[in-house]
Write a protein that binds this ligand. Sequence first.
Ligand code: FAD
Length: 456
Amino acid sequence: MTDYDVIVAGAGTGGATTAYTLAKRGHSVLLIDRKEKDNIGNKTCGDALGSHHITELRELVGIPELPAGIVEYDVNGIDLISPDREHRLRMQGPTTTGMSFNRLKMGQWFVGLAESAGAEVQASTRVKKLVFDAGKVAGVRLSKDGGPEKEITSRIVVDATGATGMLRMQLPESSPVERNIAAEDRMVAWRDIYETPEFNFETPDILEIFWNQEETLGGYTWVFPQGKNRVNVGNGVMTIEGHRNPKDIQYDFVKKTWMDKWGELKVIDSSGGVAPIRRPIDTMVDDNFMLVGDAACQVNPIHGGGIGSSLLGGAHAGIVASEALEKNDTSIEALWDYNPKYHKSYGSKQAALDVFRWFLLNITNEDIDFAFRKQIIKASDLLDTSMTGEVKFGAGEKFKRLVAGFGKIPLLLRVSKVAGLMNDIRRVYREYPSSPKGLSAWKEKLVPIYAAAKEA
Ligand SMILES: Cc1cc2nc3c(=O)[nH]c(=O)nc-3n(C[C@H](O)[C@H](O)[C@H](O)COP(=O)(O)OP(=O)(O)OC[C@H]3O[C@@H](n4cnc5c(N)ncnc54)[C@H](O)[C@@H]3O)c2cc1C
């Protein structure tokens, strides 16, 4: 007999959604967070989310309407700005319609949902260690308010501890779950919120993304207005050798963009953060164990958004865990279905965008400026790619436009190559094994695709 059916470590959006889904289905759930209860949800963020994520979650697990006060401003599009800042592409569509929200209130709401569905929430409590019984996960050791460690058992433990994946790292070497994330698959970020009383954002409902390979290699700088006189500004870069410190990048950006005109800005909040930016972990389950959210690398590798996908991951994990508990079988085989379910809804697109990330790393500011100038890139193509994870080469207008880039034939060939690789990886994800037995052979199929992507 265990203390709980499920222990969820980490009460961010991913963990809280898992706990909500399970508690709503009548399972006993302990949801643990190291933060004080009133502070759960407070984290470094761009504070932006596509509305479709909330709709998808509602369809999957039936959450109520977002209460008033969480959404602060509507978002109606995203502008992508070229490195020379002379061109911008406005993307407007279902994936770019959303909200700028209050991060703390959003986090609190999700924890409240889990609690009202019946999950027990234990805050100010740090999960320290995974507990094993006969080599299989059987619970955790935790410490409340820095007090003595205590052991709690459960039939399933969910690691939703965010980018550290601190329980995932404690799995034994024999586990099929990858324990460590390569540095190059992580983004480091810096984010400030400024008040700009001297300056009005004319289109506060449009988010801005500044693309500049010399400043933010493998990433970008975001300028997300929060009303007319407040703005959330940050940048994230891939953690590759020689990358610049995002805080320094931020200073240079803000100086060039605003400070030279208006002097010092009033800083309301400043902090750094980390996020994984790769395909999801190849198996997000082991015996009695599941991964959700950043701990499972469920983050969009191109824009670094991970709230929506953590909600999706949490819902799928909760549904599969519930079915496994009802069958009284929480083995890796019984939990396996979580992998293909997540891959089908988001993971395969994430993998395709991971391949695209490597291509983007190797293009220059000159290439990007050229593509904007010649209108080789169109907003509709970018929206399409962000929706589907596909780069399509049609006949007709689009093909002519691409050929108009004949002055850059090598660039065109590389785009064509990466489009092929993105399709290849999506095909490999469609062949995701139906049981753990096929995992090693499946992983082998990813190797040549990544090798080619890194050269593209
Ligand atoms: C700078 C930055 C900006 C971002 N902006 C956006 C954005 O605008 N939109 C978007 O969609 N995504 C954004 N993201 C990504 C997004 O924040 C994450 O993908 C998302 O929060 C993941 O949710 P999660 O529940 O997996 O993890 P988290 O939200 O990180 O939650 C993990 C929880 O686990 C708790 N925890 C950790 N360790 C322990 C422990 N040992 N014991 C107990 N509790 C523990 C933490 O206190 C935390 O509450 C951004 C990320 C960064 C770094």
